[in-house]
Design a protein around this ligand. Structure first.
Ligand SMILES: CC(C)(COP(=O)(O)OP(=O)(O)OC[C@H]1O[C@@H](n2cnc3c(N)ncnc32)[C@H](O)[C@@H]1OP(=O)(O)O)[C@@H](O)C(=O)NCCC(=O)NCCS
Length: 164
């Protein structure tokens, strides 16, 4: 496979690239803003803990990508952890412009044998989004398996060739 770190997916002024250590503050601010704009329950961790997790684990230890706008601001983040699409957050104000779809297409190219993910059941927009991209529900849970203790749903995407 070609060097993923050099890969650039270009769109109208928005570039998807691998996250670098220096991106951590912007990724953190964007992630916290997106989560808080989406859910009316709190994260299980403080903002400072989230910043530390993104700086010390998400960016250095996971396959994390960012979307950056024309002036270099981080407006989206996607992280793969094995075959899990572990994180996908677009900045408030940048949703609904196809950036999430570009990240999902990238994740499918990077994991052509299949992907799984969790989202919270209450997130109707994300569920519609993932289902439109071919993800199917595998199971639902009352929330005991996530830190926020919110009912969640697990999705999987399998390429057609594997389903047949
Ligand atoms: C869900 C999300 C990743 C989709 O990325 P996106 O760039 O907004 O999506 P696209 O523009 O490629 O596709 C638009 C679709 O996304 C979905 N969507 C979900 N939340 C949305 C939002 N806040 N604004 C716009 N579209 C949203 C809708 O299904 C929409 O389709 P519709 O116009 O037919 O309703 C993004 O909206 C987001 O980060 N939302 C907030 C955080 C979140 O829910 N993350 C997922 C956690 S598992």
């Amino acid at each position: 496979m070609h060097d993923q770190k050099q890969s650039r997916m270009r769109g109208p002024g928005i570039v998807l690239r691998r996250a670098a250590p220096d991106d951590a503050p912007m990724v953190s601010g964007m992630f916290l803003a997106s989560f808080k704009a989406t859910y009316d329950f709190p994260l299980a961790h403080t903002d400072e803990e989230v910043r530390g997790w993104i700086r010390d684990d998400l960016i250095p230890a996971k396959e994390t990508w960012v979307a950056v706008d024309g002036v270099g601001a981080v407006i989206g983040v996607m992280a793969l952890d094995g075959d899990d699409l572990a994180q996908l957050y677009i900045a408030p104000g940048w949703t609904g412009r196809g950036i999430g779809s570009r990240f999902v297409e990238l994740a499918k190219r990077l994991r052509p044998t299949g992907l799984s993910l969790f989202t919270f059941q209450v997130n109707r927009g994300a569920r519609r989004f993932y289902e439109r991209h071919g993800f199917i529900v595998v199971d639902e849970n009352d929330g005991l398996r996530n830190e926020e203790r919110q009912p969640d749903v697990r999705y999987e995407w399998c390429p057609e060739a594997r389903r047949a």
